[in-house]
Design a protein around this ligand. Structure first.
Ligand code: SAH
Length: 361
């Protein structure tokens, strides 16, 4: 079977400002080290700069006091540290903050900070819009506009980090915001490389989760990267007929190919798989479907994350009744599936992906 080409093309090179300056955060550590060496600087300056931005939360080269003054000037002439703006911030009663982030070309994406005990998790976007077309999701209603650059992905993390006290640290990252991270894999991996580096955010890959609609060739590429990120696969249905209705990209892929790729990822990474299942009232929440799901997941080292639907204005889907949720849960537990029912966090602030951007449009 030929697999679809779903990688989104990059409409332009990574941004340059009107004044010709580049976005510092679009450069990998090696690219920055190379730029520095062309200026006659030692490679360790790259680590110093990353440390200032991510650990010390400094946004201005002039404040990087352990860099030579002349270098600070050269950096200011060549690069901008921050190119995005915070368009809106909403705080939920349960400690969830959601930001709408403005991009240099006028696009907007969302990202979220979740506080849970000592955990400080962030949910980050990978694209402006989404091409996958999941019928219940607000992010893809108008299709995809473009991929985010590495720097734009990292800036979401910095904007969310700036909401923490000096003593607080970001602890977990989930690539579960707008977009399909595996359709923008190179930039996502570039951003996560900085996020997990010691001078960056210092977050272990075991605390980083990449969520995908399930694109087998890209899952295999992710496995080859050799970094043990957690993989979450958005399943949403126990059979191909229903999955193709809910997740249109499934028509060209099929559940079996998705599960096979997930199994290969598990074998390569050793990380327990997560499957996500958005529970839609009257659509995918019957006892029969729960039993189908039990059969599908049997024998896998996997966690099933069930997320009661967060309603999106204008879409016909509803959150299942409490009784339907409890019954779905009992069937899965009786079938021996390792299942977690996710609390809906931030539902008072449109926290489900794509909703804030839409409701402001
Ligand atoms: N494209 C990736 C990541 C973004 S979506 C993916 O499909 O996994 C992150 C998760 O949120 C997915 O499981 C998605 O199906 C779910 N989701 C989207 N809209 C939702 C809503 N309104 N309520 C609950 N979950 C939703």
């Amino acid at each position: 079977m030929s697999l679809p080409v779903i990688e989104t093309t990059n409409r332009s090179e990574d941004h340059r400002s009107d004044d010709g300056r580049r976005h510092l955060l679009d450069l990998s550590h090696d690219e920055l080290a190379r730029w520095l060496s062309e200026k006659g600087q030692p490679a360790f300056r790259a680590r110093q700069i990353v440390h200032w931005v991510f650990q010390r939360r400094v946004r201005d080269f002039q404040q990087m006091s352990d860099l030579p003054k002349s270098l600070r000037r050269e950096l200011s002439d060549a690069f901008r540290v921050i190119v995005t703006t915070q368009v809106a911030a909403i705080e939920s009663k349960d400690g969830t903050d959601k930001l709408l982030v403005g991009l240099p070309d006028g696009g907007e994406v969302e990202c979220v900070l979740l506080r849970d005990g000592s955990r400080r998790s962030i949910c980050v976007s990978s694209q402006v819009g989404c091409a996958m077309g999941c019928v219940f999701c607000a992010s893809g209603l108008d299709g995809v506009d473009r991929n985010l650059t590495t720097g734009e992905i990292l800036e979401q993390m910095l904007l969310l980090q700036s909401r923490l006290d000096d003593a607080e640290r970001l602890s977990h990252i989930v690539m579960m915001g707008m977009g399909e991270p595996l359709a923008n894999l190179d930039r996502v991996l570039g951003a996560l490389a900085i996020a997990r580096s010691d001078d960056g955010l210092g977050i272990s890959p075991r605390r980083i989760t990449i969520s995908t609609v399930g694109l087998p060739p890209a899952i295999d590429r992710l496995a080859k990267s050799g970094v043990p990120y957690n993989l979450a696969v958005s399943l949403h249905a126990p059979n191909d007929d229903l999955r193709s209705e809910l997740v249109p990209v499934n028509r060209k892929v099929g559940i079996q190919a998705v599960l096979d790729a997930a199994d290969r990822y598990f074998n390569a990474s050793g990380r327990r798989l997560t499957f996500e299942y958005v529970l839609l009232g009257g659509v995918n929440d019957s006892d029969h479907q729960a039993r189908e799901l039990v059969k599908l997941l049997r024998g896998r080292t996997a966690l099933l994350n069930v997320i009661p639907y967060n309603p999106v204005e204008g879409l016909p889907y509803v959150t299942p009744s409490k009784r339907a949720i409890a019954s779905f849960r009992e069937t899965l537990e009786a079938g021996g599936v390792n299942v977690k029912f996710r609390q809906r966090k931030g539902s008072d602030i449109d926290a489900a992906c794509g909703q804030l951007r839409r409701n402001r449009a």
